[in-house]
Design a protein. Structure first.
Length: 235
């Protein structure tokens, strides 16, 4: 994008790192400017000209502490030495707070995943990071997409079983659907059908009519895909 285009889609916000107290500016996306190109089955939305998820991670240029906006100030004082020892100590003061390429966005998510692991962030939060990184790899046509879809699925199933929902930006209903959809994309059609059924039987499903319709559509798709695989095995 040209400088003019960047200014049309991004604006600056002043923040201060809670770890090293570096003051810096982060880029935020002007949501009203976004134009949808495609909605994917796993809830990824492709937009024209700019990818908002490129800017979801805040990275401190002073120490490398990296999280989503919502989590940025949620670090406890006793956790700061962990970031100082494990990230800041080897940090080269890279500044990601400008227009980001896909490769730079990839790096920010890897930093956020590392930060999340060090701080023992909720599994649901970790799963969402992995899912968004998988989406970035999808746009890059990188085979690592499958690896991170699997990572996201593992985290989501763990979160569903052991964490209080909602977590990060995902409520229980949305996570249930995503677990089904990720199983389908990874070829686990029986498990996908099971989770789509759980979605359709959820007590809140009627409050999200679009998800009800989508879960039915994906249930049918998974059933067809399962039948094809079953026939091939029986030949």
């Amino acid at each position: 994008m040209s400088a003019l285009d960047v200014d049309a889609y991004l604006y600056n916000k002043d923040v201060k790192c809670p770890v090293c107290y570096t003051a810096f500016k982060i880029n935020k996306v002007r949501g009203r400017k976004l134009k949808i190109i495609k909605k994917h089955d796993d809830l990824y939305v492709s937009y024209k000209d700019i990818n908002p998820i490129f800017y979801s991670i805040w990275v401190c240029p002073g120490c490398g502490y990296s999280t989503t906006e919502k989590e940025f100030y949620e670090i406890k004082k006793m956790q700061i030495p962990t970031i100082e020892e494990s990230i800041k100590k080897n940090w080269n003061k890279k500044d990601y707070n400008r227009e980001r390429t896909a490769k730079e966005a990839e790096n920010t998510y890897k930093l956020a995943i590392l930060t999340g692991q060090l701080l023992s962030k909720p599994k649901g939060y970790m799963g969402e990071l992995c899912l968004k990184l998988a989406w970035i790899y999808r746009d890059m046509e990188n085979s690592k997409e499958i690896e991170y879809l699997q990572n996201a699925l593992n985290f989501f199933e763990d979160a569903y079983q052991h964490e209080r929902l909602p977590v990060a930006t995902l409520d229980e209903l949305t996570m249930t659907y995503l677990i089904g959809e990720l199983h389908r994309q990874l070829g686990n059609y029986v498990k996908a059908i099971h989770w789509y059924n759980k979605t359709l039987e959820h007590s809140q499903i009627k409050t999200k009519r679009w998800m009800q319709l989508k879960a039915r559509e994906q249930w049918s798709k998974a059933k067809v895909e399962y039948d094809i695989v079953k026939k091939q095995k029986n030949k």
